[in-house]
Ligand binder design. Structure first.
Ligand code: KE4
Length: 459
């Protein structure tokens, strides 16, 4: 998620009623949607940008005000205007089963009748920690938290506590949540300390973050040569999803493992997005890497606020109350969120789950490539498992520099045409599409039909 430009102030614009894919409109002409429009104006009066997370303020990248959602079921969401869309946002990743999966809803409903939160241990937390440790052997011990931001923030603190060092290496285009140290971008030149990407982040805090180019292990080696004994950890999205999907090039992740081990630093895999997405055991299973600390989020909470960080038992002994590194949370390991996570994981374990999901995603990715080829539209589709992104550029996209060569104007027109055809895509070229197990072959065919039309409006 590239830091979004400030969205234009809310204006009385429209979000369109989608045309059924079979009656595709020739131009993306928004129609009046009074309920969403009223809701957005009311929201903007009470909340910055009318949203509780900036990415939901869609206008900056799409020219459209956000739709207000009333419900979701399976692969579809329905707005307060009663319009239904095929959903590829999936709440930004958590809903790999689709919306309101019956087994998850039933489990959470049952749990809710027992009470919502106790602020005391429950066996649900132990059960979820056991499921995570079984799926992620590198996570011998786990701490449950409420968000991916908390998980990565705590992982950095743990790495600093373990090594006694202060500097962290991150990668341009990787997003790890909004904690101060991780809202840092490359400074004036390579090999320099980071500078804040947000108001309110002290420069001295951002300066503890060094920023390298994704897929460039040589830059990381240079940073180690320059700052060697000062670097506590390298944190990486093992498959980048926040500059759009950018897979790790051959050798990149093994090089990070070798460099951190050689210099006494820790390797942190931020698997908030990739965990349980690109494999049941995440990117570390898919690519065979053993990180020192892993952060999970999104899917592990089944759509409720839950995330986690963990690592080898010896390392986790540093975490309070056992060790000196403090971290806490009123609702951490909440009984409803742990229940949703456990019910979701049970579904993911079903035989053939990932094979089926990835086959659908591959059909979608390949179909988009073929449509662009037929229509002569320069376009890259990057995909790993059931996460993919479309870049309107002829350059292979391997890092933030190449990702930002995407044609923003074409993205906006493509997005609007897809929305008008009833397909709800992430409202930014720097986000991932998340097909779910609820997307049927017919849904994929409908999507590809809409892609064919949307691309034809670009030429
Ligand atoms: P949260 O604090 O939003 O739960 O997680 C932060 C985070 C950490 N690490 C990775 C790899 C992530 O992708 C995220 C959050 N992802 C964004 C969308 N790409 C969440 C959407 C939002 O900010 O509303």
């Amino acid at each position: 998620m590239i830091q979004p430009q400030q969205p234009a102030p809310a204006t009385a614009t429209d979000s369109p009623q989608p045309a059924a894919a079979s009656q595709l409109q020739q131009t993306a002409v928004p129609t009046t949607t009074p309920a969403s429009q009223r809701a957005y104006q009311q929201a903007c009066a009470l909340m910055p940008g009318g949203v509780n997370s900036p990415v939901r303020a869609t206008k900056a990248a799409t020219g459209r005000d956000p739709l207000f959602i009333a419900s979701g079921r399976g692969a579809h969401i329905t707005t307060i205007d009663g319009a239904t869309y095929l959903d590829y946002v999936a709440s930004w990743g958590p809903l790999i089963l689709g919306h309101a999966h019956p087994a998850v809803i039933a489990a959470v409903q049952q749990a809710a009748t027992q009470g919502l939160s106790f602020g005391a241990p429950t066996t649900l937390e132990t059960q979820l920690a056991a499921q995570i440790a079984a799926a992620y052997p590198s996570m011998q011990q786990v701490r449950l938290v409420n968000s991916g931001t908390e998980a990565t923030m705590s992982a950095l603190r743990l790495a600093r506590a373990a090594t006694g060092r202060n500097l962290i290496i991150k990668f341009a285009g990787n997003y790890h949540g909004h904690s101060d140290a991780l809202l840092a971008q490359a400074g004036s030149g390579a090999l320099t300390h980071g500078v804040p990407t947000s108001a309110g982040v002290p420069p001295q805090t951002a300066a503890t973050t060094l920023v390298a180019s994704y897929n460039n292990a040589h830059e990381v080696a240079e940073l180690f040569n320059k700052y060697n004994e000062e670097i506590a950890a390298v944190i990486v999205e093992p498959v980048a999803g926040n500059m759009g999907v950018v897979p790790p090039l051959q050798g990149f992740l093994p090089a990070l493992r070798e460099l951190t081990s050689a210099h006494g630093s820790l390797l942190i895999f931020d698997e908030v997005m990739t965990g349980f997405r690109v494999a049941f055991g995440g990117a570390q299973q898919r690519f065979g890497i053993d990180p020192d600390i892993t952060c999970l989020g999104k899917i592990v909470g089944g759509g409720l606020p839950l995330a986690a960080y963990g690592g080898k038992a010896q390392l986790m002994q540093l975490v309070s109350p056992v060790g000196p590194m403090y971290q806490a949370g009123t609702l951490a390991g909440n009984p409803l969120a742990t229940t949703a996570g456990l019910a979701t994981i049970e579904q993911l374990k079903r035989p053939g789950f990932y094979e089926g999901l990835e086959a659908q995603a591959a059909t979608l990715a390949q179909g988009i490539r073929a449509a662009a080829e037929r229509q002569g539209i320069p376009l890259q589709v990057n995909s790993v498992g059931a996460m993919l992104s479309v870049f309107f550029t002829s350059a292979p996209v391997t890092n933030l520099t190449t990702a930002t060569t995407t044609n923003a104007e074409r993205f906006t027109r493509f997005y609007q045409a897809m929305l008008d055809a009833g397909i709800y895509l992430p409202p930014s070229p720097f986000e991932a599409w998340f097909p779910s197990a609820a997307h049927t072959p017919e849904d994929i065919a409908t999507t590809l039909h809409a892609v064919e039309h949307a691309l034809s409006t670009l030429s």
